[in-house]
Write a protein that binds this ligand. Structure first.
Ligand code: HEM
Ligand code: HEM
Length: 186
């Protein structure tokens, strides 16, 4: 239980760092006031917290659950979505980190479109994981026990996730297209 509680605390810290990182980039891309140091600091702090959370989660899922609990979780769609999205985040993260270079070297080609599509998929996986996981962390930490309240929180978090996904996909993709078409005033 202690490892699960530490993982829940870490997952909330990861979430906070994700909101800071995304918030900064949405602001920077909308105002064209882009500071590469802030981009890297917020990005790598998030990556470090995410790596610890991913390691602890893998330990919990493969090392600590008894077979009965695993059989139960296999039937739970939310848990399946949580795990598939977690795996997708790990696979797509390198493309995200190297995206700027990948876009620069493939302007006008199919690689440019594929990189942008991979980024949109990455944002989708992140916010799918967020909306299927957030209320679980509150339960793990003993802050939430009422089923009705959990449902309300899930609905609010899913709505916020869809908005953050749309904002990231539209604003970042449009700005990249403008920058690489040479129309942006930087
Ligand atoms: C697990 C989640 C994420 C991690 C670990 C992460 C990590 C990073 C890192 C390390 C960088 C710096 C790359 C470099 O210049 O060396 C970066 C850049 C960037 N991140 Fe993230 N990021 C995440 C999610 C997001 C989200 C949700 C957004 C949506 C706004 C976003 C937008 C950006 C942008 C716009 C850049 C600048 C490079 C570019 O134009 O693609 N990131 N990220
Ligand atoms: C920014 C990215 C991420 C955020 C904000 C995040 C957030 C969360 C939250 C809030 C929970 C609920 C914790 C609980 O139930 O107590 C959770 C659980 C989980 N996460 Fe993540 N996560 C992220 C990335 C990842 C990645 C990359 C993986 C891949 C290994 C992953 C795998 C898991 C697993 C397997 C669980 C369930 C753990 C359990 O059953 O106790 N997460 N995550």
């Amino acid at each position: 239980m202690t490892v699960e509680k530490w993982n829940a605390r870490l997952s909330l810290l990861t979430l906070l760092l994700l909101l800071i990182h995304e918030g900064y980039h949405l602001y920077a891309y909308m105002t064209m006031y882009y500071n590469p140091v802030l981009s890297k600091v917020t990005g790598y702090a998030l990556a470090a917290s995410l790596a610890l959370h991913a390691i602890l989660s893998i330990v919990i899922v493969f090392g600590m659950h008894d077979s009965k609990k695993i059989a139960y979780k296999k039937r739970n769609l939310k848990t399946v979505l949580q795990r598939i999205s977690g795996a997708m985040i790990i696979v797509l993260l390198p493309i995200h980190i190297f995206s700027f270079g990948l876009l620069q070297s493939s302007v006008g080609g199919v690689g440019f479109v594929l990189t942008e599509l991979a980024q949109i998929l990455f944002y989708g996986a992140l916010f799918c994981h967020f909306s299927t996981s957030f209320s679980n962390a509150l339960v793990t930490l003993g802050w939430l026990s009422d089923r009705k309240k959990k449902r309300v929180i899930d609905i609010i978090v899913t709505t916020v996730s869809v908005l953050l996904f749309l904002a990231a996909s539209v604003i970042i993709t449009m700005t990249h297209t403008m920058i690489f078409n040479g129309q942006a005033v930087t």
